[in-house]
Design a protein around this ligand. Structure first.
Ligand code: AMP
Ligand code: ZN
Ligand code: ZN
Length: 423
């Protein structure tokens, strides 16, 4: 026992008595590891492109000055799930199958896709970048992203018990929970990057929701929304400073899924005044409405909808204008009505006066334009770029990860190719 205590004492004393160490042990500390850059895709939900010009985002503005920025066109419809899936697959919603936040599929009668649906059936039409990267041996981690909890490429069985069979996720992922604070989300990413190189991710996603939440509640022009914008900017500042502290170089690609338009109950189209509600089933309402005629009533629905309306236009699915790149997927309802930006379509007239913000409108509307800022060792400083479509973000990520471009994507890396040091 005495001998053990002596040995322990010697161990504890060791750091204090370097002068007595052999020469080899006194040499300089081991050289700091040279870390390879990580690619971090950050989404600030609902961060409208022009929020960057409000003078309240010092961290995002500094990154824009060091790298590149743009006003980015979302895909149609300008909703959260369709656009997040576009950003990571490089396909428009018509092709990747997440055609709205809520929809049905004729192949699954009686079921409805919602933002809680994680059955791979809904998601399998397009491969997300974290799966492509994992297949290429690049470790990935997702600190929230729509679809990141899905066993992509697998299938869901209900019997003998509900489970996913097969499929792939990021090596590290988290089930979405809005209660996890933005600072906790940044801390989780930094903790992943603290790991030894062998288990450290090289592609990370990070998602913030506070700007969208404030934009819905208070509208895009309101001190509460400015406070949420400033808060998200400070989260970006925290991420940047913690990466610097860790000595971790990063190519940051910071995007939004869509913008935000001011709405008011006084700008509502009551659908029951346009067509008798007994003639159709109503799916989505809001910036757009999805309508399925009941059996044998299609001619009456068509007659009521397919004519000029104030502040709204309706089409048969297959007649939706080509520029929206939407209308061939069977998950889109047979009739689709789009409100003028800032208006809303409701089943019946509202009973109380409300105002706030919404999105889902025409993706060419300036109010729907989304944030894009990118900076890091692989990106040459080039200032503000001309606007581009968000289907081009996945090709940029492929370049940053040295992955080959997809042959069947809807976008390409043309806006960025001359600006990348890796090209
Ligand atoms: P939207 O209705 O289009 O405005 O959707 C925005 C909402 O989507 C936010 O309030 C988020 O809380 C929610 N959301 C974002 N990511 C996820 C996710 N991975 N799973 C479920 N809900 C999410
Ligand atoms: Zn959103
Ligand atoms: Zn939203």
């Amino acid at each position: 026992m005495k001998r053990f205590l002596l040995q322990l004492g010697a161990c504890l004393a060791l750091p204090l008595s370097a002068a007595s160490l052999p020469a080899a042990a006194q040499s300089a500390p081991p050289a700091a590891e040279v870390r390879t850059p990580v690619t971090i895709l950050v989404s600030i939900d609902g961060f409208r492109a022009d929020y960057l010009d409000r003078g309240i985002t010092p961290n995002l503005s500094a990154l824009a000055a060091q790298g590149i920025s743009a006003s980015m066109h979302p895909a149609f419809p300008s909703k959260t799930f369709p656009n997040h899936w576009t950003l990571v697959t490089g396909k428009v919603p018509d092709h990747h199958g997440i055609v709205a936040n809520r929809f049905e599929d004729p192949a699954r009668p009686g079921e409805v896709f919602t933002m809680a649906s994680d059955d791979p059936f809904w998601w399998n039409a397009a491969e997300p970048i974290w799966v492509t990267a994992e297949k290429a041996g690049i470790r990935t981690a997702t600190m929230f992203w729509p679809g990141s909890n899905v066993a992509w490429g697998g299938h869901h069985v209900k019997k003998p018990w509900a489970e996913d069979v097969g499929g792939m996720r990021a090596s590290d992922w988290q089930q979405y929970n809005q209660a996890v604070t933005p600072v906790q989300r940044v801390a989780a990413v930094i903790d992943w990057l603290r790991r030894p190189a062998a288990t450290r991710p090289r592609l990370v996603t990070l998602y913030f929701d506070q700007v969208d939440t404030a934009g819905h509640r208070y509208g895009p022009v309101d001190p509460h929304t400015d406070a949420a914008i400033a808060d998200a900017d400070s989260d970006i500042g925290l991420l940047v400073s913690q990466l610097r502290e860790l000595g971790q170089p990063a190519n940051l690609v910071i995007v939004a899924d869509h913008g935000m338009a001011a709405t008011s109950s006084e700008r509502t189209i009551a659908l029951d005044k346009v067509a008798d509600p007994k003639l159709y089933e109503l799916g989505d309402t809001g910036p757009f409405a999805t309508i399925t005629p009941v059996k044998d009533k299609e001619a009456m629905v068509a007659a009521a909808l397919l004519k000029p309306h104030d502040h709204m236009q309706c089409w048969r699915r297959q007649d939706i204008p080509a520029r929206l790149r939407y209308g061939s997927n069977p998950r889109i309802a047979p009739y689709f009505c789009l409100a003028e930006t800032g208006w809303g379509i409701a089943a019946t007239a509202p009973t109380k006066v409300e105002s706030g913000g919404s999105h889902g409108f025409d993706n060419a509307a300036p109010e729907m334009a989304a944030l894009f800022v990118a900076a890091g060792p692989a990106i040459r400083p080039a200032g503000k770029l001309p606007a581009f479509d968000n289907v081009d973000v996945a090709p940029l990520l492929r370049d940053l990860l040295a992955l080959p471009q997809a042959s069947d994507g809807d976008g390409d890396d043309a806006p960025f190719r001359p600006l990348l040091t890796t090209k």
